[in-house]
Unconditional design. Structure first.
Length: 509
């Protein structure tokens, strides 16, 4: 800020030690404003933003600005203030960025300047005036009119460390967004990612739809749902765990290329990779198989990176990824074999007793209903998944753990399914769709038995979905892409809570 060598020192964010006292002082100021009239006016209209002013006039010389004297009206939050006799400086922050303002007796008027001296950091103000450059070359708006629009009662965090308590940042995202520019950028990137996905799929003639979030039968994934009760219908209902079965009903109905960007809810654990409420993009295409979906996922992720960052080369937690390169592909068996401590044959990796022994050695719990397919997946998750750093498609899952996937014609114990991993995180899941209604009904019956036996994540039997398949669904493939985890990668965010505006937290008290 201009005149940094002068005193008194620039006023930043208030110390947090005596917050109650500060709030009491600010409430007293608010009461004085109320006594004068409308303390929260809404008749102010701005015509410029800080960034736009910088883009249009930031490179203009001091002399040219003096000749042109461009006028602007801006509004935003007061983030810094330096009071000095007959003139003061401040920094105003709006949605686009920051700009310096200059308030003086001779331009704004003594009364307005005197009022400005008593305003606080965090107050929202409106300023009209003429742009100029200070002797140090900083673009500044000389205030001719200045108004207090919203009184800030709570002090912002101290400027020298910002809002560093991560839990407080998640709980009070509104404060985090005020004081942390990086947080604002993260969510701008998230918006561009979603826009890029829509742009790619729209260019390929996919139709975006919306399906129910409140469902009588939760389906489309193996997960524990949230349950509620609909009083008017007098029936239990569930928040969706996935939109899959509704989207495939649309494929049956002739919408052959369809997708949804959706909110899903799973009543499961919370971690740096898991939030009970999360966002996915699910997409389905008739007359294709899972190889097509792998290609589509590569294209969508590459486009999202380029749109959000301007490049497909991404840095995440000290690692570099080039999404322009073809992604690695390996079967689940190959992934296990690559990272196993010794050679294990294909036959051994389908032997339940062998798999159970290797898992017990690693202290992994095994239940009686687990077949070789479930143990095969558990062994993969135990020894291989953590090593999948480069973008890698793991394909050909056991059919036992893929209840909605088409079986391979050459090997019915294996499903035509893939998962995409980047930095050991599952980013996408897809498969050739199971469109045989009788086989799907049999799988649902098996899942129902597991649920009756106490498996909370097993699927329900969905009779209406079977009825839809009985009308005939063309061969198709589908995939789900985790938006939150993709944004984590593109913004170098270590926790999923960093990329969700309002993550779920335990109660404060």
């Amino acid at each position: 800020m201009e005149n940094k060598d002068q005193t008194p020192a620039a006023e930043g964010h208030e110390p947090a030690a005596d917050e109650n006292k500060i709030m009491a002082e600010r409430r007293a100021k608010l009461e004085a404003l109320r006594a004068e009239g409308d303390a929260y006016p809404n008749d102010f209209f701005r015509n410029e933003l800080a960034r736009r002013l910088d883009e249009n006039f930031g490179e203009m010389s001091k002399e040219d600005l003096e000749k042109e004297q461009p006028q602007a009206t801006i509004g935003g939050r007061l983030m810094l203030k330096r009071v000095m006799g007959k003139a003061s400086f401040g920094v105003l922050q709006d949605t686009s960025g920051r700009i310096q303002i200059y308030v003086a007796d001779d331009s704004a008027g003594k009364a307005n300047h005197a009022a400005f001296k008593h305003w606080d950091i965090g107050d929202i103000i409106g300023v009209s005036g003429i742009l100029f450059k200070t002797r140090t070359g900083e673009l500044t708006l000389r205030a001719h009119e200045i108004r207090l629009l919203t009184k800030s009662i709570r002090p912002l965090p101290e400027k020298w460390h910002g809002l560093t308590d991560m839990e407080q940042r998640y709980r009070q995202r509104y404060v985090d967004l005020i004081v942390n520019e990086h947080s604002r950028l993260v969510f701008a990137v998230r918006s561009r990612v979603v826009s890029a996905i829509r742009e790619v799929l729209g260019s390929m003639a996919y139709l975006e739809v919306e399906t129910p979030m409140l469902q009588p039968i939760p389906g489309g994934a193996t997960a524990r749902p949230f349950q509620t009760h609909h009083h008017a219908l007098d029936m239990d209902m569930f928040l969706r765990i996935a939109p899959e079965l509704y989207l495939k009903r649309l494929v049956v109905g002739g919408i052959e290329k369809v997708y949804e960007i959706n909110r899903n809810f799973r009543n499961e654990g919370i971690s740096t990779r898991h939030n009970p409420e999360f966002t996915m993009m699910e997409v389905y295409c008739a007359f294709t198989e899972y190889g097509y979906m792998m290609t589509l996922m590569e294209r969508v992720i590459r486009s999202a990176a380029e749109r959000a960052l301007g490049t497909a080369q991404v840095s995440y937690q000290g690692k570099s990824f080039d999404f322009n390169k073809p992604f690695t592909k390996m079967t689940m068996a190959q992934a296990i074999q690559r990272h196993a401590p010794e050679h294990w044959s294909d036959a051994q990796l389908r032997d339940r007793d062998f798999l159970a022994g290797k898992l017990r050695e690693r202290k992994v719990e095994i239940l009686p209903h687990h077949g070789w397919g479930a143990l095969h997946l558990m062994l993969f998750e135990t020894i291989a998944e953590k090593n999948l750093i480069e973008p890698t498609f793991v394909l050909d899952f056991p059919a036992e753990v893929s209840p909605l996937s088409r079986r391979k014609s050459s090997d019915p114990e294996i499903a035509e399914r893939f998962e995409l991993f980047v930095d050991a995180k599952e980013i996408a899941n897809g498969f050739s769709e199971l469109n045989d209604p009788e086989l799907q009904a049999e799988v649902f019956h098996q899942q129902a038995k597991l649920k009756d036996a106490g498996d909370h994540e097993a699927m329900f039997y969905d009779a209406d979905y079977i009825r839809a398949l009985e009308y005939g669904m063309p061969p198709a493939s589908g995939a789900g892409l985790g938006i939150d985890r993709l944004v984590m990668l593109l913004t170098d965010s270590p926790s999923i809570r960093d990329v969700i505006l309002f993550p779920h937290m335990r109660p404060e008290h």
